[in-house]
Design a protein around this ligand. Structure first.
Ligand SMILES: Cc1cc2nc3c(=O)[nH]c(=O)nc-3n(C[C@H](O)[C@H](O)[C@H](O)COP(=O)(O)OP(=O)(O)OC[C@H]3O[C@@H](n4cnc5c(N)ncnc54)[C@H](O)[C@@H]3O)c2cc1C
Length: 374
């Protein structure tokens, strides 16, 4: 029977192990942390479910992935709404037409929007940078309030230096006043007692999957782990620069830090699961309250204050030189591993931002490739 060694037990590694087990392939998951789950794992503080790495909402068009997730743990029907603090008021994100009157200079904003109603989406998509794209969509007043300070706080660089390519997915003005963030047909949050941890535990519940924690795998010690586990193939879901001892330098990431606090005396502490704070005068950028999504019936709540600029690996910086560096690491790893069958999957090894549904899709596809090769 074939055996896979999977480095990293995040959602990608766990989904891979699940899919391989369906076809009788055994997996050993080696995880550097004390627990599996990576960014997705949920936890409890004083009995209240919360997300140590910030809010995760499952939303997808991929029915196979949605069915798989639901087979591991039931999901509730939570639909994601985000608030934003503008001029000291709590409004909706994305921008709603009905929120314009709550702001100063409402008539000027409406005039700026009216001027842009006719701009065709394709011309806008060709904008040179993120700032131009947003200005063409909403005009300078809304841009200066909702977008520029938030973006620059998030990325630590001027918005005009960022690519317009991902703007259409993240920024919109809702002419129809639809307050929900995601349009996907399948959306929700895990309804079980342990949030996403139930999804992860379900994926690795098979006796064909073995999880070993507190194991930091590197290019130098991989051979030892391959021999010790008797693996026929390797899947890397870890960052390739760290794995390779940063031989060619570090890959650039934008990091955040979430500090969570239990508040015993209230049921809810804010009006939505996520509240954005674009102002540069507020030290955090978002505040998370998982309870809106978990719908847990318990006294007290947990707020997670998110700070930007931390030395953690959350958002890759999509620049050609960073992509080239990741490709270089990939070639180097393959060269060093000689003929050892090796696969790459997940956000870290591929140096991409992917949502959970894409990460599960990638894991299923990579497992399909492995099974075909076997
Ligand atoms: C701020 C933020 C918010 C997000 N919100 C959403 C959301 O709302 N909805 C959504 O669908 N998606 C969201 N995502 C995306 C989601 O977090 C990812 O899709 C998911 O975490 C990808 O899982 P992964 O296994 O590829 O990576 P990770 O979760 O990072 O897991 C990788 C694992 O590998 C381990 N590891 C690393 N190096 C080694 C090594 N050398 N040896 C052994 N183990 C190692 C790590 O400890 C970790 O457990 C968000 C992401 C971020 C950054």
């Amino acid at each position: 029977m074939a055996r896979a060694l999977i480095v990293g037990a995040g959602l990608t590694g766990c989904t891979l192990a699940w899919r391989l087990a369906q076809d009788g392939v055994e997996s050993v998951l080696l995880e550097r942390d004390a627990v599996a789950g990576g960014l997705v794992r949920s936890d409890h503080m004083e009995g209240v479910l919360y997300e140590p790495h910030g809010s995760h909402i499952f939303h997808t068009e991929d029915k196979e992935v949605w069915d798989l997730a639901n087979a591991m743990t039931p999901f509730n029907d939570y639909r994601h709404r985000v608030d934003i603090s503008i001029e000291g008021k709590i409004l909706n994100w994305p921008i709603l037409l009905s929120d314009i009157d709550a702001q100063s200079r409402g008539d000027e904003i409406k005039a700026e929007l009216a001027e842009r109603e006719g701009v065709d989406a394709e011309a806008r998509a060709a904008a040179a940078n993120f700032e131009e794209w947003c200005l063409e969509l909403m005009g300078p007043i809304l841009y200066g309030r909702y977008i520029q300070p938030y973006t620059e706080k998030q990325w630590g660089r001027p918005a005009r230096e960022l690519s317009a390519s991902w703007a259409p997915r993240r920024v919109s003005v809702r002419w129809d006043n639809d307050p929900y963030l995601f349009p996907d047909p399948y959306q929700g949050w895990p309804a079980g007692p342990n949030g996403y941890t139930d999804l992860l535990d379900g994926l690795i519940a098979s006796d064909k999957v073995e999880l070993r924690t507190n194991v930091d795998v590197t290019l130098d010690n991989l051979d030892h782990h391959v021999r010790e586990t008797g693996a026929d193939l390797v899947v890397l879901t870890c960052p390739l620069d760290v794995f390779s001892g940063e031989k060619f330098g570090k890959l650039d990431w934008r990091g955040i830090l979430v500090r969570s606090v239990h508040i015993p005396h209230v049921d809810y502490a804010q009006g939505a699961m996520v509240v954005n704070y674009p102002s540069k005068d507020v030290p955090w950028i978002r505040v998370h309250e998982t309870k809106h999504a978990s719908m847990q019936k318990i006294p007290g709540t947990v707020l997670g204050f998110e700070f930007t600029g931390a030395p953690t690996r959350y958002y890759p910086i999509e620049l050609p030189e960073n992509r080239a560096l990741n490709d270089r690491y990939r070639d180097y790893v393959l060269e060093q591993l000689g003929g050892q069958p090796t696969y790459f999957a997940g956000r870290l090894a591929n140096y991409v931002y992917i949502d959970m549904d894409d990460c599960m899709r990638q894991a299923l596809d990579t497992a399909g490739e492995i099974l075909a090769d076997l």
